[in-house]
Write a protein that binds this ligand. Structure first.
Ligand code: FAD
Length: 430
């Protein structure tokens, strides 16, 4: 092990690169192995990157990173087959620096991000697909590409290979995620001139918006559609829990096509050209399904460890933070000369003290609650459409009568179900 690296990181996404940069900054010898032609080559996301957590990791990143548009506005939209309703938050605070978030394209961002780890002293190699870890005396001591000369050794291996990590499964830290614990998302990047984007979304020059769209966007399955504005393109996607897609027989690609053709959505995309199409899994099992994330000589970070908060659209920031905490753990392990599971259990302790576990714990019952109530995204948007349609139509009917009709619509819902939804939502969100 004398010529071994201090650490090998598998995967150059946000989690792996952060882990590598932090370890290299602390003076460790680190190598990152990435299967893509370059970091970010095939990586997929919606693309909203929060500023504050990123600034904590890479001070001054806004001046250097390839960012698309500051996100000055968040829209929540309910879509039925025949209507669109929504709420918008745009504020002075969101519209000026320091911005809350940016839209980002993974390919240029990940490439730039990987260079920050190289600048810190880590070695980053692309086109290396790791097929397994190497065991010796009951602990992980390296990785292999499966080729006779494809072995590399380290005191510690950090698995940052993304959703449904095959390597974490091989190490025995978890089994393949169950279909109910992961969402499948289809996404397109649609090229549009900047002026068209700004006109259609009523945006000041260079600024961006984020739309999360519920109901018809996912054919009423639990999940959401999204539209994010980039400089000269729009990211649009939709997804649902894999278990629901299997059960209903819905195809996520067809779902995206349907979403794009909705009369309220199609005009936003009109004249655009699809320049990229992708599909990806998101681990959404939450706190109660988190696998063990450390063992002898190995740690698991980011999506590979299941750190995603779907409610608040947080994945990349949690991936980076887990990478940082893993790096801290390895640095401490090196100081002790002890990479055993007992020593690396410090990672779990750091995670528990961090916002990752605090937030995942807080929202642990939201997905099961919503999943048990398929009527939420089916019935309530329709109810609201009926009520708003009544209220907004000026047709000579006295307002008192309209109010009575609207109340009648609510009363037609089963009372027990309505109360269960209200009190249940309060409980899981409280
Ligand atoms: C459609 C979609 C929309 C999303 N939108 C957002 C959003 O708006 N905001 C947000 O914060 N998060 C979002 N996320 C989640 C976010 O993308 C992830 O949480 C984040 O990318 C996790 O980072 P990671 O480094 O753990 O994994 P990844 O980014 O998946 O990186 C894993 C890396 O490992 C490499 N790799 C995999 N296997 C191997 C192997 N065997 N050998 C070598 N390399 C390997 C991959 O090529 C990849 O580069 C979204 C996800 C999806 C799918």
């Amino acid at each position: 092990m004398d010529d071994a690296f201090d650490a090998i990181v598998v995967g150059a996404g946000p989690a792996g690169v952060t882990a590598a940069r932090e370890m290299a900054n602390a003076g460790l010898t680190v190598v990152v192995l990435e299967r893509g032609a370059f970091p970010g080559a095939k990586n997929v996301w919606g693309g909203i990157l929060y500023r504050q957590p990123t600034e904590e990791m890479i001070p001054g990143f806004e001046a250097a990173a390839p960012l698309e548009r500051p996100i000055i506005e968040q829209r929540y939209v309910l879509l039925t087959d025949s209507a669109m309703m929504g709420a918008t938050y745009r504020s002075d605070a969101f519209s000026r620096p320091p911005y809350n978030a940016y839209s980002v394209l993974r390919s240029p961002f990940d490439r730039w991000h990987a260079a920050t780890a190289e600048a810190a002293g880590a070695e980053v190699y692309s086109e290396f697909t790791i097929t397994d870890v190497i065991w010796e005396d009951g602990r992980v001591v390296g990785v292999t590409t499966g080729d006779p000369d494809g072995e590399l050794r380290a005191h510690c291996v950090v698995l940052a290979d993304g959703a449904n990590s095959l390597l974490a499964q091989k190490v025995g830290l978890h089994k393949e995620w169950a279909p109910i614990d992961q969402a499948l998302v289809a996404k397109e990047l649609i090229a549009l001139p900047a002026e068209k984007i700004e006109d259609r979304f009523a945006l000041p020059s260079g600024m961006g918006t984020a739309l999360e769209i519920f109901g018809e966007s996912t054919s009423n399955l639990l999940g959401y559609g999204f539209i994010y504005t980039n400089r000269e393109s729009i990211s649009i996607g939709t997804g649902a829990l894999l278990s629901d897609l299997i059960e209903t027989g819905y195809n996520v690609n067809d779902m995206l096509d349907r979403f794009k053709k909705h009369p309220a959505i199609a005009p936003l995309l009109q004249g655009g050209e699809t320049v990229e199409y992708s599909g990806h899994l998101i681990p959404e099992g939450g706190y109660d399904r988190l696998p063990r994330n450390y063992s002898d000589g190995v740690l698991v970070v980011g999506d590979a460890a299941g750190f995603v908060n779907p409610l608040n659209r947080e994945g990349a920031n949690l991936a980076m933070l887990s990478g940082k905490l893993a790096a801290q753990t390895v640095v401490e392990a090196k100081a002790k000369g002890d990479y055993s599971a007992a020593s690396l259990s410090r990672y779990r302790q750091l995670l528990e003290e961090s916002v990752i576990m605090k937030d995942l714990k807080k929202i642990r019952n939201v997905t099961p609650f919503a999943h048990d109530r398929p009527h939420l995204l089916r019935d309530y948007p329709k109810l609201l459409e009926g009520m708003l349609g009544e209220y907004l139509t000026v047709d000579g009917v006295p307002k008192k009568e309209k109010q009575r009709k609207m109340l009648g619509m609510v009363k037609r819902l089963p009372k027990k179900q309505l109360l269960g939804d209200i009190f249940g939502a309060r409980k899981v969100l409280g």
